[in-house]
Design a binder for this molecule. Sequence first.
Ligand SMILES: Nc1ncnc2c1ncn2[C@@H]1O[C@H](COP(=O)(O)OP(=O)(O)OP(=O)(O)O)[C@@H](O)[C@H]1O
Ligand SMILES: [Mg+2]
Length: 421
Amino acid sequence: MRKEILEEFNEWWYTEEAPRDLLMDYKRHLFSSVVKNVKKRHILSITGLRRTGKTTIMYQVIDNLLKEETKAQNIVYFSFDEMVEGLDDVIDTYREIHAINLRKERIYLFMDEVQKLKDWENQIKKYYDLYPKLKFVISGSESLFVGKLSKETLAGRIHEFYLPTLSFSEFLDLKGIKPKPYAPRIKPMFMEYVNKGGFPEMVNETNMKEVARYIRSSVIDKIVYKDVPTISGIRNVELLHQLLAAMAINPGMDLSYQSLAEQFDSDRRTIKEYVMWLKESFLIRLVGNYRKGTASLRKNKKAYLLDCGIISAFKPQIDDAFLGRMVENAVINTVGTQAFWRNRREVDAVVDGISLEVKYQDKIIRSDLKGLSEFMRKFNTKFGFVISKNREERMKTEHGLVIFVPAWKLLLNPSIIRRKA
Ligand SMILES: Nc1ncnc2c1ncn2[C@@H]1O[C@H](COP(=O)(O)OP(=O)(O)OP(=O)(O)O)[C@@H](O)[C@H]1O
Ligand SMILES: [Mg+2]
């Protein structure tokens, strides 16, 4: 590699400062967790959907290190978007520029888009094991570990962080709105958040057409037509796109590989593999059917989108009925659901054994609560949640306490469901 390439990435070697234009004043919640762990020996990884702010956090952490008097030349950033032979090439070039002893000095290596480096796990492992003073912070916009084997290589050596799109409270922070839990001010913002999703660059964009265009071009098309084909070798990119579209216009859809195969004139195995890639690139979330003791059943999955903006990108017209589905999608993401429950009856989400039903509608009637009641009875839990449009109360029922929480309040403060528990 030419020295200039590495020098361009690392202007602080000469200016003692992180690049101003890339820093951003606002710090995502994840920033402080990364800072807390940056001095430890473990490899830190930051993964998440494209355009969520992974690279920005890396620069912010670099800035923080510089302000703490870390020697500028001991901080190295590189993005494997650039063509290189391998990690050796980067480190050798670095040592040509600065004659530094890797064993003697603490050196921070920020390796961005690391999934693009072939066999990256083994390359990093080699340096990690040989040079205890090297600290790696790595990042990628696809899941770094596709399949179990690769994970074993770094077992016990890595601390993984996931950066989602903005939460509702981060969205408000970034807009500069102090979220007093005060409905008239926050509710319109909640609607805006549910429609737009949480891409930092779109927070202040007022034109929804522009938001949809941005998400299509900077997120969806990049992943579907470039990222996934590059690392997976899959060929039918149109199928990948169609599958995502089918999920986006039907958030929470029941995932049947067989019927998707029929619908798209493909086969079950192909569909399953493609769905896996949508998941590994953080576009979708798969939620399984709850069973006590185990996380979920393997069969009967539902698919949600990892950001509501991805839904809007495919569905320009959103009516009231569909808005309820988007709110459900936002709630599922906010509480980090991994399971729903369905027997004869159904609840939308189970979190830490507690059931949650999203009813974003003006009237909620008794029969809307049947799933919750059945869940509380069957699993012997004392309460369950209804995530409502406006209603906020506690209601005693035969099978337990039903707690109504307005969706905007839950999104503002998702720990409500744990505190009330
Ligand atoms: N903390 C922040 N405050 C304000 N804007 C931000 C912040 N983080 C990210 N952004 C905006 O989002 C854009 C994308 O951020 P960044 O490049 O860090 O994302 P990324 O996750 O590395 O994306 P990719 O996966 O495509 O490389 C930035 O150009 C910036 O405009
Ligand atoms: Mg990046």
